[in-house]
Design a protein around this ligand. Structure first.
Ligand code: BDR
Ligand code: CA
Length: 313
């Protein structure tokens, strides 16, 4: 089978970084057409820089990186330095990138790339707020049919919220964009907090990254060392959840994940519950299912995959 063509839309972020490394380490399954940066965990200038730092860390400086939207479609930007640190990639000391960002705006890259492909042949992998994708769909609705699938990290049902009591960060930052995406009719696979909170980097798992003895293994271990302090304090968990790598792992080994095909709607009006993913997990409405909402992961299988793939870089 030929590699699946994808665009990674991202706001790195330590966990975004691991997701990108996993994709770049897996060329047999994944063909990264481009990486589009969006404002989210930190402002756009930093997410764009971090995306390039990660490509160079992977030894893939030919990867195309584009800068997209610097703020949500209809709200002020909310960032998450309290989780990811001032640069978004705190933890390891990594060199500034030599790679340049591409001239084209990320939204135009998404539109042109989809227009140049046959219907249903490009997968979008959003790892941050959905601003770039929502803007592209609004600007060029003809591209929607070109999308094979959207596999995204965002939302929650059982875990409810991490940035407000009701909402997960990526959806909360740009609920309007998320609403456009969830109403687009494209097949969607959602990695909500319900599953990502099961993908915890426990000490033995982080030791496995460190013990690779490579630049990538050490950097990933140091990223998680930094990132985990927040979740350990907040949730009392055994380590940091690797949210975003669930997306790229799904592209390689979907059988690691299980969920339900259900209806998911986005709250865009109420300030109290803004950005909530109203997921009909128990199928108590007759609303049409629009997303495969993942609830479980074989965490050991997921970490074995990560260690094996990262060892290739
Ligand atoms: C999501 O928000 C960001 O902090 C992470 O990178 C992840 O994409 C988790 O809520
Ligand atoms: Ca992210």
């Amino acid at each position: 089978m030929s590699a699946r063509k994808i665009i990674i839309d991202t706001d790195p972020g330590q966990d975004d970084a691991v997701a990108i490394l996993l994709a770049l380490a897996s060329p047999e399954e994944i063909d990264v057409l481009g990486i589009t940066a969006v404002a989210g965990n930190v402002p756009l200038a930093l997410t764009s820089k971090n995306a390039r730092i990660v490509c160079e860390l992977a030894g893939k400086p030919d990867t195309k990186v584009f800068e997209g939207c610097d703020r949500p479609m209809g709200r002020e930007l909310v960032t998450a330095e309290h989780v990811h640190g001032k640069t978004g990639l705190n933890g390891p000391v990594l060199p500034d990138p030599v790679m340049e960002v591409e001239d084209q705006h990320a939204v135009d890259f998404i539109i042109d790339t989809l227009r140049a492909h046959d219907a249903g042949t490009v997968t979008l992998c959003p790892l941050g707020p959905l601003t770039n994708i929502g803007t592209a769909f609004e600007k060029a609705p003809d591209i929607i049919e070109k999308v094979q699938e959207i596999v995204l990290m965002g939302g929650a049902y059982f875990e409810v919220g991490n940035i407000t009591p009701a909402a997960e960060f990526n959806i909360y930052v740009d609920p309007q964009a998320a609403d456009i995406v969830f109403k687009s009719g494209v097949p969607i696979v959602v990695m909500p907090l319900d599953v990502t909170h099961k993908a915890l980097v426990t000490k033995p798992r982080n030791d496995a990254f460190r013990n690779l003895g490579t630049k990538v293994g050490t950097a990933v271990a140091e990223m998680t060392d930094f990132f985990e302090r927040f979740d350990k304090e907040k949730y009392g968990s055994d380590g940091a959840p690797l949210h975003d790598p669930c997306v790229t792992a799904y592209l390689i080994q979907p059988e690691l994940f299980s969920g339900r095909h259900i209806n998911v709607e986005i709250e865009t009006q109420s300030e109290l519950t803004m950005g909530m993913t109203v997921a009909d997990w128990w199928r108590v409405t007759d609303r049409t299912p629009n997303a495969m909402f993942i609830g479980d992961v074989d965490a050991d299988g997921f970490f074995s995959l990560l260690v094996e793939r990262l060892s290739r870089l």
